[in-house]
Design a protein around this ligand. Structure first.
Ligand code: ADP
Ligand code: MG
Length: 378
């Protein structure tokens, strides 16, 4: 067995502001505005909030969810599902699949849970689809930086960066389908499912409660959401979800009305540092081996079924940046994307002005792009 590898990347993370602490609900990137949501009937519904995956989670089961089980039992089931995904895929926790893999020497096979397997296979699919922009092995480079919202003077030297980059590359993650086993082609590699696991946790919780008959609910893990069904009422109404202004925490830029979809947002305003006047965010461009800077301030993806796909795609579009998003969306329009996918990209210009670019893939597979400046008063 390998030594437990307490490298800087696998050790417990330094304390950093959690979204749950730094962001009370009104300032979250995406926030389910369950406004005007009144409990009805005998069962009062349930709202469950907890910290998990270094962020917050919020599960809201309304009265009239559609299930015969009490709302608090359903909230228990959903919370358990989210915590199970965390226990399997956290890079830090106990003997999670991810930690066991990250501590294994090159060539050793590590058997993983079927849920972990599903997420890793999806991560590798997004790696291919994005032609390498999405890379779940980015950990060694990410570990060289601290994204704690402060001004940072130091920068890793070229040799350190080059050495870390040699330990990145999803093609060096080997897999054995039959045995659901994973293995590294070289030592020192790090699996990081941070860009996809929260979306999956949301899907998993949705799956578990839907199996109990739930038709209407909100599941939110760190701003990645599933809006099941509708807000019960007379008549039922769509759920309302706010997209936050990426430079003004208190401001909601627009409100989406959703029924049944998944939503995920990636952006440069939660986890970042500033170096020589530039903002660097916690998403790494595997092609440069450096944290993103000067790209989209936020990308929100609305997906008809899958929060995992929305989560992976939001991160992917951030890496691609404004120059390549158009081409990527056009290329995929007739390909693998489900119909009904939308992406809302917010770009900050050199003068600080905000531009909103929306990509909409309609049911016929046609791509529409709308581009507008965001006015001050909106
Ligand atoms: P958030 O965690 O705020 O929802 P994302 O879903 O965009 O944001 O995930 C960002 C995380 O994904 C990073 O903290 C890191 O763990 C991981 N990551 C960074 N760069 C990449 C990349 N190019 N491909 C895949 N995962 C990445
Ligand atoms: Mg993501």
């Amino acid at each position: 067995m390998p030594e437990s590898g307490e490298s800087s990347e696998t050790a417990d993370p330094p304390p950093r502001r959690r979204k749950a602490h730094l962001a009370p609900l009104p300032v979250l990137a995406l926030l389910a505005l369950a406004l005007g949501w009144f409990w009805r009937g005998d069962d009062a519904g349930a709202v469950r909030e907890f910290e998990v995956m270094r962020t917050y989670a919020r599960i809201a089961i309304p009265a009239g969810s559609g299930s015969h089980l009490p709302a608090s039992d359903l909230a228990d089931l959903a919370e358990k599902a989210v915590r199970e995904v965390d226990a399997l895929m956290s890079p830090f926790g106990g003997d999670s699949d991810v930690r066991r893999l990250n501590e294994a020497p090159a060539g050793a096979w590590v058997e993983v849970n079927p849920l972990t397997w599903r997420v890793v296979m999806e991560a590798l699919r997004w790696h291919r689809l994005s032609e390498g922009a999405f890379d779940p092995t980015i950990g060694p480079v990410k570990g060289l930086f601290q994204f704690n919202r402060t001004e940072v003077d130091s920068w890793p030297d070229a040799q350190t960066l080059a050495e870390a980059r040699e330990r990145v590359g999803a093609e060096k993650l080997l897999f054995d389908r039959e045995g659901m086993r994973l293995s590294w082609e070289r030592d020192g590699m790090i699996l990081d499912l941070g860009a996809i696991a929260k979306g999956f946790a949301v899907d998993r919780a949705a799956e578990v409660i839907a199996a109990q008959g739930v038709k209407n609910a909100i599941i939110d893990v760190g701003g990645e959401l599933r809006l099941l069904g509708q807000k019960p009422g007379e008549p039922p109404a769509p759920w309302r979800v706010g997209i936050r202004h990426p430079r003004d925490e208190g401001r909601t830029l627009e409100t989406l009305e959703l029924s049944g979809q998944a939503v995920a947002t990636s952006g440069d305003y939660e986890n970042f540092f500033v170096h020589q006047g530039r903002r660097y965010e916690h998403i790494i461009d595997p092609r440069s081996g450096l944290p993103l800077t000067g790209g989209a301030a936020s990308v929100t993806v609305i997906h008809p079924q899958s929060c995992l796909a929305a989560d992976a795609m939001a991160t992917t579009l951030c890496v691609l940046g404004s120059d390549q998003i158009d081409e990527f969306m056009r290329r995929q329009a007739r390909g693998l994307f489900s119909r009904g996918v939308r992406a809302i990209v917010l770009l900050v210009g050199p003068d600080g002005g905000l531009r909103r670019r929306e990509f909409n893939l309609d049911q016929a597979g046609a791509l529409r792009i709308e581009d507008n400046p965001v006015g001050e008063g909106e």
